[in-house]
Design a protein around this ligand. Structure first.
Ligand SMILES: [Zn+2]
Length: 319
């Protein structure tokens, strides 16, 4: 007998890009999203997050083969482009937002880097970064201890040199040095971080509208840090701030969480559960089954959907 399985799919940018943006931003076009939804709906049955949650609690059933749509980072694309596409099809998604995008008028480093890559290109950004970092702290060997395999696993859609650069900035550099360096370069080469943040991230009105239309709003950390690399105290502060902010802005509710950069430890799981989150999503590339831990639900990047469905179809033929 088949046991139910759900493929949770993770998306970030969904927008039409001009030729100038392509170097720095990896986005799915609206048309590619539509095509992927056609493929998913033909192979699997859609479920929303409340249904998945009820199933993991033993209160509901889910179809044998289902999918769940999740969107990270609280990008404005999700209200402007994604929600209308989903709603036309009667689908509902999960939108994971970062607390700081609602409280601080500043670009998150992760997205600032995309615009820096777009404006400067890889070579120039690397050069400017090394200069900027040596001004901040000349004694450190910035390139040391870079695990290129982990970098490519974290950024599977990037060429290795860009994956390594992003990994170095987001996962290796101490947060305060990364923020100072990226912010300095951003203001010099791109423009006002405050102004860009307003046109990049969802605001409260957009989040309320998404929620009213039946989508789920979840948290994606408060400062978008790799939680598994923080101390327990720092993690508690980050996760509880994100939980409190959403409860305050959108009303108290049961919500899911997604780990920024897929980074977490057993401690992170316990802290998330303690902060009231019902589920936490990772970036482990497999399906959700009844055996999965609720604070470690796997999720695949959009680039792997076709592969997973082909594998699934081949398994069904064998059976
Ligand atoms: Zn993220």
């Amino acid at each position: 007998m088949n046991s139910p399985r759900c493929l949770a799919v993770m998306y970030h940018y969904v927008r039409r890009l001009g030729p100038m943006s392509r170097e720095g931003i990896v986005a799915l076009s609206p048309r590619d999203l539509e095509t992927q939804l056609d493929i998913l709906c033909a192979a699997l049955e859609p479920i929303d997050w409340p249904t998945l949650w009820a199933w993991t609690q033993g209160r509901a059933r889910i179809p044998d083969r289902s999918f769940l749509l999740t969107f990270d980072d609280g990008l404005v694309d999700h209200a402007a482009t994604v929600a209308p596409i989903l709603e036309r099809r009667g689908l509902r998604g999960v939108f994971f937002v970062v607390g700081e995008t609602l409280t601080a008028r500043r670009m998150l480093s992760a997205h600032a880097i995309h615009l820096l890559l777009t404006n400067l290109g890889y070579e120039r950004l690397e050069y400017e970064l090394i200069r900027c970092l040596s001004n901040l702290d000349s004694d450190r060997d910035w390139g040391a201890n870079l695990d290129s395999e982990a970098a490519c696993a974290t950024y599977p859609y990037e060429v290795p040199q860009v994956a390594c650069l992003k990994y170095f900035l987001n996962m290796v550099l101490p947060a305060e040095i990364r923020r100072a360096a990226v912010n300095t370069l951003f203001e010099l080469s791109v423009g006002s971080s405050a102004r860009w943040s307003q046109s990049t991230y969802l605001n409260w009105d957009q989040l309320k509208e998404l929620q009213d239309k039946g989508h789920t709003i979840g948290a994606h950390g408060h400062a978008h840090e790799p939680l598994g690399k923080l101390t327990a105290q720092q993690q508690r502060h980050d996760i509880s701030s994100a939980a409190a902010l959403l409860n305050e802005g959108l009303g108290r509710d049961i919500r899911p969480f997604s780990y920024p950069f897929g980074s977490f430890t057993g401690e992170t799981e316990a802290i998330c559960r303690g902060a009231g989150f019902a589920h936490a999503f990772t970036t482990e590339r497999t399906w959700i089954t009844a055996q999965c831990e609720t604070m470690r639900l796997p999720r695949i990047d959009t680039i792997y959907v076709k592969d997973e469905l082909e594998k699934e179809a081949a398994t069904c033929v064998e059976i």
